[in-house]
Design a protein. Sequence first.
Length: 269
Amino acid sequence: MTREAVRCREVVPESTITRRILGMRVDATTYDRATERVLRWAAEGSSRYVCIANVHMVMEAYDDDELQQLVNRADLVTSDGMPLVWGLKAMGVPEAERVCGPLLTPAVMERAARDGVPIGLYGGANERALRRLIDALYARFPTLKIAFAAVPPYRPLTPEEDAALVGKIVESGARILFVGLGCPKQEFWMAEHRGRVPCVMLGVGAAFSFLSGDKPIAPAWMQRNGLEWLFRLLTEPGRLWRRYVRQNPRFLVLFLFQLLGWRRYPSVG
């Protein structure tokens, strides 16, 4: 085969504006572009993963080099939280928009239902919660093909259990897998399974609970103004107060330092 023929078979990387926020990659995209990309990858049968980033993920990655590296190797990293959108804008990306899990998830599902692309669901609090989610999705998207759905145990899977899980996902024919295990567990899981399942994996965090109605979602005005964290803190104080009290102030201080000398965190791509 000639060198020219080999060059023609190469996949040309897509042009994406990307910045590093505290060392972690964040891509500037939109709901439409992200959805189009996921559906195209699914049609190709690609094994890829998408991280949906907020301040919590940035700070987890800041404290864990391994997590930061696997997020930076993801196929797409969207800006879920408004602080990351403002961060992108401050770093010279004025067109940056918020692309959050609870809205990207139904956008992708709507396209998957329209195009007949089978999906899978992995995560959730328990079997009853997963059933409520499935019922809510069928009520909203009657033609959606849910080929696979499972709730993992709270302990790590054994190698045999993991192999059986992978086999079920492959046999199901799912091409888009929504992974709701929470950060950073879902990011590690997706990175470990890229190349093992023929799916585009999206780490959607608490989106399952929002879509099923098990948890309330913040009003649009709070989301636009970067106050979703406050809404979630007020609705789940016992679970979230340590995260927000510790991580949010650290993020603000560290990102201010980055802006004062941000060439230490160069853009990539």
